[in-house]
Design a protein. Structure first.
Length: 507
């Protein structure tokens, strides 16, 4: 089974001077010589280097204390999550799954072999606690594809100890720079190997990299819509590994990107041919729904747990907390397993391919080639007008299920209007930013109402289970009443908020 480690490190160019003395830097009391370790790593990628283009590395390495398969996912400059799996002859399935959103059906093949003689030093504080590991690596790189170029270099690497303070690396950095050591111009050994064995940077060779990073600034209405849609595609692909790893908030963020993409296709039908985009929108709706199974449960569990924690102890009768925790754990485990299956499905991978094709050869309508301001403004105003009608219906609906449904429909339209304004922000400027902010406030209020509806539904379910087990239903009823009050408060606040928004929005 794969495990994960957060890796925080700095890389430096090295010459014959090697590693300067770091004693006294940032509390370093001793520098312990750990000897030289021979490392042999083979890096895998697709033939068109999709992983390298996204700054991901997948390798099989022998030698050292952590021999095995390593997948490194970028988090921030100098920070990566390293996912590890035991040695095997083929790429472990758990690591292959984490890169599937980028690899799709392409084969992972040996790309580069790196052999390193690593001269290791441990930087210890006065208590003998490890602060960081510094090493001087003599590297030999051999490309295993194309004409098989080779390269050699020496570099210094300083990796922070687990749970260490990143500020320590800043102090080491000052010492190294003072000694004439320069920060590396390559973010990783693989990146440097690809550059030096091919004579050109690897980012320029990847088709996916060219689409995402080499796109020209938006000029026409179509450019703006496609740029926003491309950004959502990128978020989907980037978050796929995090969702599989069950990283907090990853499901929510992926679901939002899916909804943004779908809303873009629906709001800007004057720009993109709906005969092509409507089927894609239907698939995006399916994916958002599947992501919602896990996300909605997570939101409900947090809401109900917080509400329960706020009650005085004498108002909590029976094993309410245990029943809620059991419900949340069972639902989450089932939902996450189901979602992982969705991300492994052919339907999902085909959807990603279809969105890529749409971006590569967009079905543009005549309005797409026009200046963006008028085209995008018209689309945003159309969404806003429909939202106004739905808000009116929600305010006129009688309390109860009919109003709940009307408020939920208005919420969905408010989100779509917000996403349309976001997509148009670069072209429309301040008015689009202001509308985005207003729609965020509106969706927050309407979301509070919808969360209350879902919480009451769950409380009825939990109360029925408690009743069947002979437990008291008092606390469930109390929480239900408080949720009713929260929904009523949102309904009361809605007319005033909507008046403020309409007064601020130019006619």
């Amino acid at each position: 089974m794969a495990d994960a480690k957060r890796e925080i490190e700095r890389k430096y160019e090295s010459d014959d001077s090697g590693l300067p003395d770091l004693t006294g830097v940032g509390g370093v009391a001793a520098v312990l010589d750990k000897g030289v370790v021979d490392l042999d790593a083979t890096y895998y990628d697709t033939a068109d280097e999709r992983l390298a283009a996204a700054s991901l590395t997948l390798r099989r390495r022998t030698g050292g204390s952590d021999a095995g398969w390593h997948l490194k996912l970028p988090v921030a400059p100098g920070v990566r999550d390293e996912i590890r799996a035991p040695l095997s002859d083929t790429v472990p399935e758990e690591l292959a799954a984490l890169v599937r959103s980028r690899v799709r059906d392409a084969e992972l093949i040996p790309l580069v072999r790196l052999r390193s003689a690593r001269d290791v030093r441990h930087l210890l504080d006065a208590d003998g606690v490890l602060l960081a590991e510094a090493s001087v690596d003599s590297v030999t790189a051999q490309r295993l594809t194309r004409k098989g170029g080779a390269a050699q270099w020496t570099e210094i690497e300083v990796e922070l100890a687990d749970d260490g303070d990143p500020a320590f690396l800043d102090l080491v950095d000052k010492r190294l720079r003072k000694a004439g050591v320069r920060p590396s111009t390559s973010p990783s050994k693989l990146a440097r190997a690809l550059e030096q064995t091919s004579g050109r940077g690897h980012h320029g060779k990847s088709k996916a990299g060219r689409r995402s990073k080499g796109a020209r600034p938006p000029v026409t209405a179509g450019d703006h819509v496609l740029a926003y849609l491309r950004a959502q595609r990128d978020v989907l692909v980037e978050l796929d590994p995090a969702v599989r790893r069950d990283v907090p908030d990853s499901v929510h963020r992926m679901r939002v990107a899916t909804r943004r993409a779908r809303s873009t296709l629906r709001s800007f039908r004057s720009v993109l041919d709906r005969s092509v985009t409507d089927p894609i929108g239907a698939e995006l709706k399916w994916l958002a729904g599947e992501l919602g199974v896990d996300r909605d449960q997570e939101v409900l569990a947090d809401r109900l747990t917080t509400a329960l924690d706020a009650l005085p102890p004498d108002l909590v009768t029976g094993p309410v907390r245990a029943r809620l925790a059991s419900w949340a754990e069972a639902r989450h485990g089932s939902a996450h397993g189901h979602l992982t299956g969705i991300l492994d499905s052919r339907r999902y991978l085909i959807l990603l391919d279809t969105v890529d094709t749409l971006l590569a050869t967009p079905p543009l309508r005549p309005a797409a080639g026009k200046p963006p301001k008028k085209v995008l403004d018209k689309a945003v105003r159309k969404d806003l007008a429909t939202l106004s009608d739905l808000i009116g219906q929600a305010l006129d609906a009688p309390p109860g299920e009919e109003r709940d449904i009307a408020v939920h429909e208005a919420r969905k339209k408010a989100k779509r209007t917000r996403y349309a304004a976001e997509a148009a922000t670069e072209a429309l400027g301040k008015p689009a930013r202001a509308l985005t902010k207003d729609m965020k406030s509106l969706t927050t209020l309407l979301g509070e109402h919808q969360d209350s509806v879902m919480a009451r539904r769950t409380l009825r379910e939990l109360s029925a289970g408690a009743h069947a087990a002979g437990e008291s239903g008092f606390t469930y009823g109390l929480l239900y009443g408080r949720e009713e009050a929260r929904a009523a408060a949102a309904e009361t606040e809605l007319p005033g908020l909507w008046r403020e928004i309409t007064h601020r929005t130019p006619g």
